[in-house]
Design a protein around this ligand. Structure first.
Ligand SMILES: NC(=O)c1ccc[n+]([C@@H]2O[C@H](COP(=O)([O-])OP(=O)(O)OC[C@H]3O[C@@H](n4cnc5c(N)ncnc54)[C@H](O)[C@@H]3O)[C@@H](O)[C@H]2O)c1
Length: 417
């Protein structure tokens, strides 16, 4: 039987929209054809318009011109956080099915408006919670469902952002300011909140949170440090120096032409371009002297209606995720190296699975990005809603929005349902 072919438009041809999803979709020409792109950066339009073979008349720098009519079956919305709500509403009104980047919004009333619009226009929507499609997290869900650890009692989750990623995105980069971006707990942890509520298997009853910006601020700057790393006496000993984070790491990573280097400068990345970018651009600023105000550490506590309790720690000072699930008959621990199954008193049923045996080697999010695109095709072809439907995603967004409200009020608990 022949595959059904879906036409695709992209708004926001950046790291996610073009480098990740666009590139994956473009490889599968029997199922998808990219026919239109909108991005405010002409350079991205030129590059990906040519790569994806899009007609020049279907390349737009102006979103109003792009949204004058429906241009494809599916619209991928991968613009910045503050644009998702506006672009999703316009897409629903035009009758697009939508693949929508997270976070959706940081306002409860906008979550409700999105759900109402989706229902009104009868369109499909899938939210890019890529970890739900990543093999290791699917395996965790399967083990939980199998009953091997009995009834789930609680969860302890750590999202270690990694020190240079914290500096890149949340101190120097696009997600540094609460004025222009969603709160850190949504921007960085909405995949974790989504997974936690999915594993808990019940609506969240209440949430509370504490957190702060404790390090990346002027008072913590080393003596004699300067506005730009290139002029700073600490350039070779500060782990956050732009030289260490970009130029040195790029060399160690054998000159890869990908994130975060292609955010700091334009592709193809070269050492000279990186050195120029840190001399003049935003990614060369001292991490203690940026206009950032988002947190670098936060803890969220959740109580679910079925009695499951969960704690999520987000920290900029550790690397990788760690999921520890406690059951009545055992525990599951997933970190960046392995998945440990410990069944109480049953060593024959307990084992350790290296992640390399679960994940797809060399694929983003352990294979989650590619599996999300496969699932997307199934959703477009059929009638079943996505695992990461708008309704499911909004559950975790509510937790995140109320967690931030709680944090701003020193941990005051909030009812979610
Ligand atoms: N699902 C995930 O795992 C994951 C990972 C990283 C980022 N994200 C999310 O994806 C989104 C995009 O992130 P990114 O890293 O690709 O950022 P990016 O800056 O690389 O891409 C955003 C693109 O949108 C374009 N743009 C901005 N305003 C526009 C407008 N009005 N109309 C059209 N184009 C416009 C920019 O020029 C840019 O090319 C963010 O909301 C981010 O939070 C999700």
């Amino acid at each position: 039987m022949e595959n059904k072919l879906f036409t695709v438009a992209i708004i926001g041809a950046g790291s996610r929209g073009a480098d990740a999803y666009g590139t994956l979709i473009n490889k599968d020409r029997e199922k998808f054809k990219i026919v239109s792109i909108c991005d405010v950066r002409q350079e991205r339009l030129d590059r990906f318009g040519e790569l994806f073979e899009v007609e020049k008349s279907e390349l737009f720098t102006d979103e109003d011109a792009f949204f004058t009519k429906k241009r494809a079956d599916l619209l991928i919305i991968a613009t910045q956080d503050a644009d998702h709500f506006r672009h999703a509403l316009k897409a629903f009104e035009l009758g697009y099915d939508v693949l929508l980047e997270k976070p959706l919004t940081d306002k409860i009333e906008e979550c409700e408006a999105l759900l109402a619009a989706q229902k009104k226009y009868g369109v499909k929507a899938m939210v890019c919670h890529v970890l739900r499609y990543a093999p290791a997290y699917i395996k965790l869900a399967e083990l939980l469902k199998s009953g091997i650890i009995g009834r789930l009692i609680g969860m302890n989750v750590i999202e270690g952002v990694t020190y240079w990623h914290q500096a890149h995105s949340y101190v120097r980069g696009n997600w540094r300011s609460s004025k222009t971006s969603t709160p850190m707990i949504l921007a960085k942890c909405c995949h974790d909140l989504d997974l936690i509520q999915y594993y808990a298997g019940s609506p969240c009853k209440s949430v509370s949170s504490i957190g702060s910006l404790s390090f990346f601020k002027k008072e913590c700057a080393p003596e004699n440090s300067t506005e730009r790393c290139v002029d700073c006496p600490h350039i070779n000993d500060c782990p956050y120096s732009a030289k260490a984070v970009y130029v040195d790491r790029w060399e160690i990573a054998r000159h890869v032409d990908m994130w975060p280097y292609n955010v700091v400068t334009t592709a193809p990345v070269t050492k000279e371009k990186l050195e120029e970018a840190i001399k003049t651009g935003p990614y060369g600023k001292c991490v203690f002297r940026c206009d950032n105000d988002v947190v670098d550490n936060q803890i969220v506590m959740m109580d679910f209606e079925n009695g499951v309790k969960a704690e999520l720690t987000m920290t900029g000072f550790s690397a990788g995720r760690r999921y520890h699930l406690y059951g009545t008959h055992g525990q599951l621990v997933l970190d960046s190296k392995e998945l440990k199954v410990d069944v109480f008193g049953k060593p024959d049923k307990s084992y350790v699975l290296p992640l390399a045996e679960i994940n797809e080697k060399g694929h983003a999010h352990g294979g989650g990005d590619a599996k999300l695109i496969n699932a997307l095709y199934g959703i477009l072809c059929g009638d079943t809603p996505a695992d990461t439907s708008l309704t499911a995603s909004i559950e975790s967004h509510l937790i995140g929005i109320l967690a931030e409200k709680s944090r701003l009020e020193n941990g005051k608990p909030y009812k979610v349902h």
